[in-house]
Design a protein around this ligand. Structure first.
Ligand SMILES: [Zn+2]
Ligand SMILES: [Zn+2]
Length: 210
């Protein structure tokens, strides 16, 4: 049972996020009355709570929660070929496609086909997969003729600021040309974005991100 205190705390987090990320004007809007989104549900920068983001109650068995996630997740639909999203690269484990609201000249997402919620769910056993996610992200950037392969940014958003609850690696370039707003979301000044190199270091040294 959610207490009113918990509701206030969650609400304040969302308030912080919206102020930082330029969505303050939506704070007063009633989310429940907003129409379901269309293709923008896969906009990773959006914090609008949609049916696609709804999680099953946490007291359900994990298998049940995963099934519920799978039913409505836009990234699972992309991974299964149930979306018209253009797939830039894929293999039996990973899928790469464009972020619908690019925050840089090049902005791609790499997701695992198998559901993982977010970077906090990663453990040491996932290190090879995370390495392959980074490899695919770099590969797609190079394939799309990024001028300086070193001027890129690869990483994950840290909960609670993960808009789509399905692990996704952001691959952006050129990193040096990102706007101030983009820096706050994906840059080194963001407390809510961890580079894939830092994530791998933490997984290797302590077996988890946080
Ligand atoms: Zn999913
Ligand atoms: Zn993200």
């Amino acid at each position: 049972m959610t207490t009113s205190g918990e509701r206030r705390r969650v609400s304040f987090r969302e308030f912080q996020f919206r102020v930082w990320f330029g969505h303050a004007s939506t704070i007063s809007g009633c989310r429940r009355t907003q129409p379901p989104p269309t293709c923008s549900v896969i906009d990773c920068s959006s914090r609008e709570r949609t049916p696609h983001r709804r999680r099953a109650p946490p007291n359900l068995p994990k298998a049940t929660r995963m099934a519920s996630h799978d039913d409505s997740c836009p990234f699972c639909q992309i991974a299964k070929g149930q979306s018209d999203t253009e797939i830039l690269q894929s293999d039996e484990e990973l899928v790469c496609f464009r972020d619908v609201k690019p925050a840089a000249e090049h902005h791609y997402l790499v997701i695992p086909r198998t559901y993982i919620g977010n970077c906090d769910d990663l453990r040491a056993q996932h290190i090879p997969m995370v390495e392959r996610m980074a490899e695919m992200g770099r590969g797609v950037l190079v394939k799309n003729k990024v001028r300086d392969p070193k001027d890129i940014r690869l990483g994950f958003h840290v909960p609670p600021f993960c808009s789509v609850p399905h692990l996704h690696l952001h691959a952006l370039a050129p990193a040096s040309k990102m706007s101030e707003l983009t820096q706050r979301k994906y840059g080194s000044v963001s407390h809510w974005f961890i580079t894939v190199d830092d994530a791998l270091t933490r997984l290797r040294t302590r077996g988890r991100i946080r």
